[in-house]
Design a protein around this ligand. Structure first.
Ligand code: HEC
Ligand code: HEC
Length: 286
């Protein structure tokens, strides 16, 4: 009797475990999404033998220098004590577990468009990383930009949280591309011009502007890209080679290596279909 009860209890427990495991994200998919999101670049120091995702990458902006933090599952140095809900909140709302704002140098204004299912997969992947004890470095920001409360005002003007919804009138494949470009790929963080408060000009989406380090980024709408054939555009997004024999500069080259060259052929076609579908916008005046 006792044994049957025990085995019944075990079956129940095991069943519950299976059920909860299947409700969890898929780490393998999460790894692909992390590539499409370019997480590695900003969260890994720029030097040989740097531990992936252990933080330390310097991101220079007009407001000062940000350092991507350690996002490995280390309990003190990383985010090992976080729950999945903490992670979803950080990505969707740009809020720390204690409620303070993240700075938008962490591209959550784009990542907020990632739906819950994909966020769960990303989280499952981050949990598989080897924990690193490398301490995150404090940002070095100009006064008063280091004040996280200021971000509340910035968010009020420039931040619309919520997952991606299909753009009406676009084909299914172009909508997949819209998701990859707007949310995971966060292409607009560099290719959309900003006002003096660092807010993106929404009606000038992807029309080109100033990227990080104040370098100009080209217009990604058909105004400019219609001169490139599909083959040329694909070649650039895979290798960085431009039709006139140039190579992409360092900033875009990194995006190509870590992100666009890692896309499946289907997702690459989707990104291109979406870029082709954009309304042609004039270049940003100098
Ligand atoms: C453009 C650079 C950049 C990219 C790309 C980026 N991050 Fe970050 N991330 C940051 C910065 C900077 C911070 C710190 C923000 C702050 O301190 O307010 C951060 C913070 C975080 C945090 C909070 C860590 C903590 O200790 O509070 C998580 C989680 C995170 N990023 C996950 C991701 C994931 C997942 C991806 C890919 C989908 C990603 N990041 C891509 C720059 C980036
Ligand atoms: C970190 C900033 C950054 C991000 C993010 C970024 N780009 Fe770029 N991109 C640049 C810069 C800078 C250039 C200019 C490269 C050069 O002049 O060599 C560029 C150039 C390009 C070009 C060449 C256009 C031309 O006319 O020369 C294409 C196409 C492009 N990016 C597509 C994308 C797509 C698609 C994404 C999102 C998946 C993306 N970029 C994300 C910074 C960025």
């Amino acid at each position: 009797m006792r044994q049957t009860l025990q085995s019944a209890a075990l079956t129940l427990l095991f069943g519950a475990w299976i059920a909860s495991a299947s409700a969890q994200g898929d780490a393998k998919r999460g790894q692909y999404l992390a590539k499409a999101g370019g997480c590695l670049a900003c969260h890994t120091e720029q030097q040989k033998d740097a531990v992936p995702f252990a933080g330390g990458r310097a991101l220079k902006t007009p407001f000062g220098t940000f350092y991507g933090p350690n996002i490995t599952p280390h309990p003190e140095a990383g985010i090992g004590r976080w729950t999945e809900a903490d992670f979803i909140r950080a990505m969707r709302l740009g809020e720390r577990p204690d409620g303070a704002n993240y700075f938008p140098a962490f591209p959550y204004p784009s990542f907020t468009r990632i739906p819950d299912a994909d966020l769960r997969d990303l989280w499952a992947y981050l949990r598989t990383l080897a924990p690193s004890s490398r301490a995150s470095r404090a940002h070095e920001l100009r006064f008063p930009f280091g004040w996280r409360l200021l971000v509340t005002g910035w968010k009020w003007f420039f931040f619309t949280p919520g997952p991606f919804v299909n753009v009406p009138g676009l084909t299914q494949i172009a909508n997949r591309g819209a998701y990859l470009v707007q949310a995971l790929g966060h292409c607009g963080e560099c290719h959309t011009p900003r006002n003096f408060l660092g807010g993106p000009k929404r009606d000038r989406f992807l029309a080109g502007g100033k990227g990080p380090d104040d370098k100009r980024t080209p217009n990604l709408t058909p105004t400019r890209l219609k001169k490139w054939s599909d083959e040329e555009l694909k070649e650039f997004l895979l290798t960085g080679a431009t039709p006139d024999g140039d190579a992409a500069n360092e900033t875009m080259d990194e995006v190509i290596r870590n992100t666009t060259s890692q896309l499946t052929p289907g997702d690459m076609a989707a990104v291109m279909a979406y870029l082709r579908s954009l309304p042609p916008l004039p270049d940003e005046p100098r």
